[in-house]
Design a protein around this ligand. Structure first.
Ligand SMILES: [Zn+2]
Length: 79
């Protein structure tokens, strides 16, 4: 069971407006979207409190690395 306190604001919002199965699907997909920081740490969009579902391509997002705390525009990629 997921601790509610580990969800970010946007993730809570998605859960509120989605059924449990839909939310699990969105969560699983968000975990497939990844980026690699200059420090070498690979994180998923979900790990950094983001939500990404039903998207394609390699967009750039402003992301703050959870390991080194450095923020910047990063290309995210679905793996
Ligand atoms: Zn980093």
């Amino acid at each position: 069971m997921e601790n509610e306190n580990t969800l970010s604001g946007s993730q809570k919002l998605v859960r509120f407006f989605s059924s449990k199965s839909k939310f699990e699907k969105i969560k699983a997909e968000s975990k497939l979207w990844k980026f690699t920081c200059d420090c070498g740490k690979e994180s998923s969009i979900w790990e950094i409190g983001g939500v990404r579902s039903g998207a394609k391509g390699k967009p750039s997002m402003y992301i703050k690395c959870p390991a080194c705390g450095k923020g910047g525009m990063k290309k995210i990629e679905k793996v």
